[in-house]
Design a protein around this ligand. Structure first.
Ligand SMILES: C[S@@+](CC[C@H](N)C(=O)[O-])C[C@H]1O[C@@H](n2cnc3c(N)ncnc32)[C@H](O)[C@@H]1O
Length: 265
């Protein structure tokens, strides 16, 4: 699929340039192995620092010192972990730039690393892990470093699926296997070995309701302990969680954007 070179980018920060700019300029992300390599190859920390510094100046002018210090710390943490894990997942991408017209689909934006690591303190690695709307596979790459049986991503965009697969080839793994499936989440039948599910703003409305119904059905067919990590609890309003899920923890995301809640059956 051809990506428009003028597709909208909606956050001016260095990692957007590092991730999405390459993605948009490469035109045929999904078709060219070489362009995928350019898109997903991690930046060296030196390049990341240079790119970050260049973008901090306008940010400082608009937001002041304290916000800029937080922003810089977040960006450098992100660059460090991308480099350490050998993956490239940063950036923000609007669904329209990927040709996705589903009105309930949320844009691509990865969970910040510190929040992922914090969330993993509440997760045990027995069974299999599922990330709904896995994007470029950041959460999957962290999960793959744990001894899960399988680490599974479901993603509506084929371009993002390809990038997630490339990232998973590159990163260090100690799980049994990894798989990334291009599918709208409401069509996905939850396998009976899935014991941990991660959500970060993937979709809302009827898609979210159907997905919760599918999870509930899977538990009814194969009763088991299940942990659900949900980043951005605002979107949980209206979801059918009463009576079968218990909230066991809630904390602020490390980038201060949202709350993260942990639910267990
Ligand atoms: C906010 S991003 C989260 C990415 C990743 N889970 C993370 O935390 O780093 C939301 C992702 O959900 C995907 N998505 C949106 N609607 C979807 C759907 N119906 N089925 C599967 N994925 C979907 C988007 O393409 C995007 O990659």
């Amino acid at each position: 699929m051809m990506l428009p070179s003028d597709a909208p980018l909606f956050l001016p920060c260095y990692h957007q340039c590092a991730g999405r700019h390459d993605l948009l300029n490469s035109q045929t992300v999904a078709n060219s192995a070489k362009s995928r390599e350019q898109t997903t190859k991690p930046l060296s920390p030196f390049m990341a620092v240079l790119k970050g510094a260049a973008n901090l100046c306008p940010f400082l002018g608009a937001n002041g010192i304290s916000a800029t210090a937080n922003h810089a710390s977040e960006r450098f943490s992100e660059a460090f972990h991308e480099w350490r894990m050998g993956i490239r997942t940063a950036g923000k991408i609007e669904m329209s730039a990927l040709g996705i017209t589903d009105p309930f689909a949320k844009n691509y934006y990865p969970t910040d690393y510190r929040s992922i690591f914090k969330a993993f303190r509440y997760i045990t690695s027995d069974g299999s892990f599922l990330d709904y709307g896995c994007g470029m596979g950041r959460v999957l790459a962290v999960a793959a470093m744990h001894p899960f049986k399988r680490v599974i991503g479901v993603e509506i965009s084929s371009e993002l699926t390809e990038i997630a697969r490339d990232n998973l080839v590159r990163c260090r793994k100690c799980c049994g296997s990894t798989e990334v499936i291009t599918l709208s989440a409401d069509q996905y039948v939850v396998p009976s070995d899935v014991t941990t599910i991660f959500f970060y703003n993937p979709f809302v409305g009827p898609v979210l309701s159907l997905v919760f119904r599918n999870i509930k059905q899977s538990i009814a067919i194969q009763p088991r302990k299940l942990t659900i990590v949900f980043k951005n609890t605002d979107y949980l309003r209206g979801a059918d969680i009463d009576g079968w899920l218990v909230k066991t923890a809630e904390f602020a995301a490390c980038d201060n954007t949202h709350k993260i809640a942990v639910f267990k059956t």
